[in-house]
Design a binder for this molecule. Structure first.
Ligand code: 9D3
Length: 252
């Protein structure tokens, strides 16, 4: 999988790519990531990347020329990308489905926005996609780009090691994760659910599925709309819903 990231803060992006799962995949060559300094694609003496907005108003706007020149250079040296993603608070929300789609592209260019915005012609004629990582404000597209690279990279075979499972990831399944425990079995009087110490693997699997369903029902009931459950799980969910209704009846 190839990524090219265009930014005015290349060191910030490099730092985020150096560690963990992504850092190791880069070292092994499973991931090929190049970070480009937007300033390198300016043609003026002072390497200016931004300018005042036409029509007036606060803040500065990233100029179109350096972005276009950066993507043209990437096309020539690295080949034609499958997607040119602009990070933007006005983009489509990033989801696991979107991560899967980008992973299938093979080569993704990420353009990091900054200041008040990016010239609209970049959005219209250079980017193929415009993506937001959620409804909160961060200072620029660098952290969002790192989030996108991480989520997409995890889906590439060989990026996530044996120890960690992509298949069992909560969003792969569509449910929230079940609770985890490790030693000691008694920590300051706080104990571990008996079933996990029982060695009954069938019962443990069932308990975990029940806990995952309970958590999802409590915290993210919206996820239950689009999840596929087997007969057993549907039964568990019905029981959980009934228990909650009973609770409520008792309280009122
Ligand atoms: C005044 C309107 N602001 C838009 C909400 C201006 C503005 C704030 C922050 C413009 C750009 C930014 C920088 N943020 C991003 O570039 C960004 C972002 C985000 O802030 N939240 C979620 N996803 C993303 S992707 C890129």
């Amino acid at each position: 999988m190839k990524f090219d990231i265009v930014t005015i803060f290349p060191r910030m992006v490099e730092a985020g790519l150096a560690e963990g799962v992504v850092g190791r995949a880069k070292e092994r060559g499973t991931l090929d990531v190049v970070v480009h300094n937007l300033r390198d694609f300016t043609s003026d003496k002072h390497h200016v990347v931004d300018d005042m907005p036409f029509g007036g108003g606060p803040g500065m706007v990233l100029k179109p020329e350096p972005m276009f020149r950066a993507v043209e250079a990437i096309r020539e040296t690295r080949g034609a990308p499958g997607a040119v993603v602009m990070t933007s608070p006005a983009g489509r929300p990033f989801t696991q489905d979107e991560a899967r789609r980008l992973a299938a592209c093979g080569h993704v260019v990420l353009l990091c926005g900054r200041y008040e915005g990016v010239d609209e012609r970049v959005r219209e004629h250079l980017a193929t996609d415009e993506i937001s990582i959620g409804d909160y404000v961060v200072s620029g597209g660098e952290l969002p780009a790192l989030v996108i690279v991480d989520a997409v990279a995890r889906l590439i075979p060989g990026v996530v090691g044996d120890g960690q499972s992509v298949e069992e990831d909560s969003f792969t399944r569509g449910l929230l994760d079940y609770p985890h425990y490790t030693r000691p079995a008694d920590f300051r009087g706080l104990t571990v659910p008996e079933v996990l110490m029982s060695g009954h693997h069938g019962e443990i699997r069932r308990w975990r599925r029940l806990q995952a369903l309970r958590r999802t029902l409590e915290r993210r009931p919206d996820l239950l709309e689009s999840v596929t459950l087997d007969d057993d799980e549907r039964d568990m969910l019905r029981t959980l819903v009934r228990a909650r209704i009973d609770d409520e009846t008792q309280r009122s």
